[in-house]
Design a protein around this ligand. Structure first.
Ligand SMILES: [Zn+2]
Length: 281
């Protein structure tokens, strides 16, 4: 597990490591996927976009080809994407507000941005939006990860309670979306310890999936501050944390996408970056 720098030691935990500030950007020389969402058809079917927001903007860059995927790291803590490149993992959590989940999903449809949602199945937003989400989940544009059933601090629970939180949410994801979220577990509040990681790993959640930058929107903050956080943290190989809980972020999707475009970043899910586990425990 020591072979990759992005695996933080199993000891140091709650504090988010500093963002990697000096990664050299090396554009992939591998030809990109040729499939792209039909932006022309979208514009034609939604002329209001043109009058409301000016000329339609291009779709975001596609992910690298499947042949560029790398082996999953072993059990450990993931805080940044491996290597040096042009990738950005935008990960958004919880789902307190059904409208925010819906609008984030529509944002993905409109721009081609690739997202990972860390789901708490207890929120009805996931069932409410399942019909809208399913095609994007099935295409791989949106990946669903396990964020526990009801968002407790896992470090305060017994081993049996930790397992129940993970498994109940796994069952929900399987029943609602046909998804196996393993091996990606994001512990609520980013809180974990050796016991949490051991229980999770026994259930196949071998990667404690943290982050290297945040939109800081777990509480209500201003739209401008969200954009400022994106400007700071949308950098190559970062894993950025956001939330599906409060409306302000939904008012700045255009500005977030502009940051991605201006830096020629490729948004990715974890499944875009890592090979899937060969077998599941
Ligand atoms: Zn959360």
């Amino acid at each position: 597990m020591n072979r990759r720098a992005f695996l933080a030691g199993l000891g140091a935990l709650i504090t988010v490591p500093p963002a990697v500030a000096t990664i050299e950007v090396i554009r992939s020389e591998i030809a990109s996927s040729t499939t792209a969402p039909p932006s022309a058809a979208l514009a034609a079917s939604a002329p209001g976009l043109l009058s409301a927001g000016g000329p339609a903007k291009p779709q975001l860059l596609p992910p690298p080809p499947a042949s560029a995927r790398v082996a999953l790291p072993g059990t450990g803590v993931l805080t940044v994407l491996p290597g040096h490149g042009d990738l950005l993992a935008v990960t958004v959590d919880d789902g307190v507000d059904s409208n925010v989940v819906r609008q984030y999903t529509q944002f993905a449809k409109d721009t081609g941005i690739r997202l990972t949602f860390f789901v708490n199945g207890i929120y009805r937003s996931w069932s409410d939006n399942a019909p809208l989400l399913r095609p994007l989940v099935e295409s791989g544009q949106i990946q669903l990860g396990n964020h526990t059933w009801s968002h407790p601090d896992l470090t305060t629970l017994s081993r049996a309670q930790i397992a129940d939180q993970i498994q109940r949410n796994q069952t929900f994801l399987s029943n609602t979306f046909g998804v196996d979220a393993r091996p990606y577990l994001r512990p609520p509040y980013g809180r974990h310890n050796a016991a949490v990681r051991a229980v999770a790993a026994d259930l196949g959640y071998t990667l404690t999936t943290m982050w290297s930058g945040s939109l800081a929107d777990s509480t209500v903050i201003t739209e401008d501050y969200i954009v400022k956080m994106a400007d700071t943290h949308f950098r190559p190989q970062n894993i950025v944390l956001g939330h599906l809980n409060h409306a302000p972020v939904t008012h700045v999707f255009d500005r977030l996408a502009d940051v991605v475009r201006a830096r020629n970043l490729r948004t990715v899910t974890f499944n875009d970056v890592f090979l899937r586990p060969r077998t599941t425990p």
